[in-house]
Design a protein around this ligand. Sequence first.
Ligand code: NAD
Length: 477
Amino acid sequence: MKPNLIGGAWVEGGEAAENINPSDTDDVIGIYAQAGRAETEQAIAAAEAAFTDWSVSPVQQRHDILRHIGDAILARCDEIAEMLAREEGKILSEARAETERAGRIFLFFAGEALRLTGEVMPSVRPGVGVEITREPVGPVGLITPWNFPIAIPAWKIAPALCHGNTVVFKPAELVPGTAWLLAEIIAGSGLPAGVFNLVMGVGRVVGQTMLDTRALRAISFTGSQATGQLVAEACLRHQRKFQLEMGGKNPLVVLDDADLELATDVALDGAFFSTGQRCTASSRLIVTDDIHARFVEQLTEKLRTLTVGHALDPASKMGPVVDQVQLEQDLDFIAGARRDGANLRAGGALVQCRTRGFFLAPTLFTDTDPAMRINREEVFGPVATVIRARDYDHALMLANDTPFGLTAGICTRSLKFSQHFKRYAQAGMVMVNLPTAGVDYHVPFGGAKGSSFGPREQGRHAAEFFTTVKTAYTRSY
Ligand code: NAD
């Protein structure tokens, strides 16, 4: 059994759970410890005990450790990517890209550790100086979803450690394998015991204990809106900092003047790569009248090239859905869209492969109405809709007609419309002639409206969440 990491020791206590491959349900990847309340409380206590020393640790030490972790992830990229593809179901090339990104995130924050700064300014009172510094928040809890098993943990753990916080990390139930490999690397990096703790287990036990325990001074959460709401309420009760990254219903606008080849490539990638299981997926394709027929035809053609299969098979272009529950949710959305009168243009059914897995054909609906459930709620699967728009203004209105606001994209050759869209799309991230999914690792990540709450993740902006500002005054005579 793969144990949890608590206070620098590998701890087997608690129950155990099998990790099953969604490409082949006969493949048991491993057995992983499931922490209970007691183990989670131990991990929180360990993070609390380690905080004082780590909060004032030399930046050279932080740099060296973060760099070691980043280098080790890159050195073990093939092994980690294979585990990731096996347990999450994204194809190997996507898993490798995600792993590389995680390694680079640690290297970025290794650099950031040497660039921690503050401000010095004169007071309004004579003879008094003012220093503004950023201090770590404390022991922090990091709760992550299954769809990016290493990138999202990396973009929370690396800035937390860089800025002098200690960490209790709770990965999603479905992806303990990648989290465990990451913890193994971190445990071997020279980080003092208790600064980083891994607690695998179920959300309503491990996650809930983290929310209930006052000692954690901040919670960074990525996952569904429903769980995000619980996190927010618990954090308000404890007057602790929190940041939420949640769902999306991201629009990709395609205007008449778009490069058709580019627009269909962008839609294919944005909507269906990683089996559409990305919070940044382009699930609503908003297409203006004159290009509509050509766009639908060409995208449908390209969907035929998206071979569905085992995530480790080099011939696969799209892996399985992550588990039975998610598959049933996807099928329920598909059935509902058909009942609502949407036109099923491609997919909509299971795909038979050599192994028993959760394989669903990439699914495209046309002639959809913005009010249909399929256009209101996040499916989180390989399902996209086309919504017809009269012109740019109508397309922009439809794009913003959602409670979510993570990403928004536009395909156009027009400088005027692309500039206007960048300004008026109600989203945290805007893409021009690029897929709505696929972001850089060194710049802010986050959304608007119902998709996010709190400061941005990634890049220099991560300091907003993982530090607290102190203002110190000195009279020099
Ligand atoms: P989820 O909300 O079910 O689970 C997320 C995490 O919360 C898991 O680790 C889970 O164990 C934990 N959890 C569950 N119940 C809890 C509780 N009571 N207390 C504390 N923690 C608890 O989400 P998921 O199904 O793993 O992920 C899919 C969702 O994540 C989608 O909605 C997707 O859009 C979203 N997501 C958002 C982003 C983003 O950056 N905006 C990125 C990736 C995924």
